[in-house]
Structures are given as C-alpha cells and as structure tokens.
Ligand binder design. Structure first.
Ligand SMILES: [Zn+2]
Length: 311
C-alpha cells in the first residue's frame, strides 16, 4: 500500500515574513492520517485553526493566503506556498503548524530550508492509504489577452508533471531559461526545484514598499533584478532559477487541494491567482476528478513509492 506521511518529531523555525517584515516562529508537528495540513494561529487569545484547502484561500495577490473558510474577516496566514511546496516535494500529507503571526517565515526565499527542516524531523509512514486526486478531464483557466494573456491547465496523466513558461520584459530574466518541465516522479525535487528563490524587480519593490508590502524582503531571501542584471553578489543558484521558482510556487499552490495530483499541469505566465482559480474550476466539476489510492505500490506511477527526496 502507498501510505500517507507525516513527520516523526516536532521541529521549529524562526524568521521574518517577506511581506509583513514581522518576526515569526513556527512549530511543525506530526498529525494523524486524514488530518491534511492545518495551520494554528497560536498568538491569538483563542487559537484559531486554519485547515489548508482550496476554499480556505482568501487572497492571491502577492502570495497565497488562507483563512477559515476563505473568510477575509477571519485570522489569516499568508505566504504558505513555499512550505506547502516542500511538503508536496517530500510527499507529506499530514502536518500541524503552529504559527505566532500571520505570515510564514520566508527563510532563504526558497523551499530548501523547509525541506531540510522536514527531513531533519524525519518522515513517518502512516498506516493509511495515501489519497491522490486524479484529474479525469482537462480543465483550463485564462486571463487577459494579447501580451497580457496568461493561462493554466490540468490534463489527465498517470503521474504528476509541471510545465511552466514565463515571459518577462527584462534582459536579466529573459537571458535565462524561461521554460521548464518537471516530473515529480523523478525524485529530483530537492535538487532541481527546492533551492529556487523568489524574485523581485527593483522598480516593483519600491512601489510595493510604499504600499507596506515586501517589508521583510532583502537579498538574503530573494533574487533582486534591476532593468539589466541580477544584483545579488552570489548570482543565481540555477541557470533557470526564475522559472524553477514559478514551478516551486505552482507545486505549493496545487498542494492546497489537500492531495497530491495525478495530472499534467501546464502554465503560461500564471501565478497564485490563476493556480487557485484552476483548482476551484476543477473541484466545481465532480466529473473532472476522483480520489484514488494504491493498494499495490506497483500500480502507482514510477517514482511515487520511494521515500524522500520525492514522494
Ligand atoms: Zn514563491
């Protein structure tokens, strides 16, 4: 049987929120089979639980933000996508996350620190079948037109692949690879995707700062690009780090559905908003998906039965 996973022991991280600039501590705890991933705001007089699911997403403008039932008036946790991506990359289904502020620490701007934390805590196989969400019908969402066109789609596939295309009108970005295809069954998440950092353009950063955003952002947790070049002294971690970070984000955004996907994901210039819209569109059609388990591991797609680094 392909089993659900949690972590063996609790682990902690302290850092700043990239948008809030606030110092925050999170504690990751093991959780029972079927729990899914649940954030708990422990800084409030009454702790509030926020289960991660498609409809708990309440804001996707700068990052993926959740609140109970997606109610914007309720306590939030923002920027969940890198931690969720690390969970997906390690095949973790069940986790309780205590957090004492409203934003997940950005750490180094990638998912690598979370992969390290989760692996240090140890991965526990649970005696319950892992539930995959198998896409049965193509689902696509689009926004804009002409140069502003972006789209994302899911098509049936016995496995889980992600294909991403970016197009930035910036020489420093366009000089790098702008298209990448990643196969989750390859076992290469930790090596090929997890280390890709978030990025920002200097002119956008000034604008966002004036609106009280990216207050915690710095060259310690993001690639910063001006009109011509990468400003970080150490340069890029991958030749195509920008598009790989978009795949890292997409893996985290798709994990919000509560199950690893069996699908081919493709995106052209998409982002957090389109990713959540895609999941909502998928769930709106009961014929478009089904939940499946693998009693015999040999029936699962290649690579899915192996322990970390992937699945
Ligand atoms: Zn990101």
């Amino acid at each position: 049987m392909l089993k659900q996973r949690t972590i063996k022991s609790l682990t902690r991280a302290v850092g700043v929120g990239i948008h809030s600039g606030q110092k925050v501590e999170i504690t990751l705890r093991p959780a029972a089979p079927g729990t899914g991933i649940v954030f708990r705001r422990v800084d409030l007089a009454q702790p509030v639980d926020i289960p991660v699911n498609t409809h708990s997403v309440c804001d996707t403008r700068m990052a993926t933000t959740i609140s109970p039932n997606g109610d914007p008036g309720q306590p939030k946790v923002q920027t969940i996508e890198h931690l969720l991506s690390a969970c997906a990359g390690l095949g973790i289904d069940n986790l309780l996350i205590d957090i004492n502020a409203d934003e997940v620490p950005v750490l180094d701007g990638s998912a690598a620190s979370y992969v390290f934390l989760l692996q240090s805590a140890g991965i526990e196989l649970q005696n319950s079948p892992k539930q995959f969400l198998r896409v049965k019908k193509p689902v696509e969402v689009r926004k804009g037109e002409g140069k502003g066109l972006m789209w994302a789609k899911l098509t049936p596939h016995h496995g889980y692949t992600l294909s991403f295309q970016i197009e930035f009108d910036n020489p420093a970005v366009s000089a790098t690879g702008q298209h990448y295809v990643f196969d989750m069954g390859s076992g290469q998440y930790k090596r090929e995707i997890a280390r890709a950092r978030t990025f920002g353009m200097t002119k956008d950063i000034e604008l966002m700062r004036s609106r009280g955003l990216t207050l915690g952002g710095s060259m310690d947790n993001a690639i910063v690009v001006d009109d011509y070049r990468v400003l970080n002294a150490e340069g890029l971690r991958y030749d195509d780090e920008f598009v790989k970070h978009k795949i890292l984000d997409a893996i985290g955004d798709m994990q919000v559905v509560g199950h690893p996907l069996l699908a081919a994901y493709t995106s052209f210039k998409g982002g957090h908003a389109l990713n959540n819209l895609l999941l909502r569109e998928l769930l709106a059609d009961a014929e478009a998906y089904e939940i499946v388990t693998f009693e015999d591991e040999r029936d699962a797609p290649a690579g899915f039965a192996e322990l970390a680094p992937a699945w």
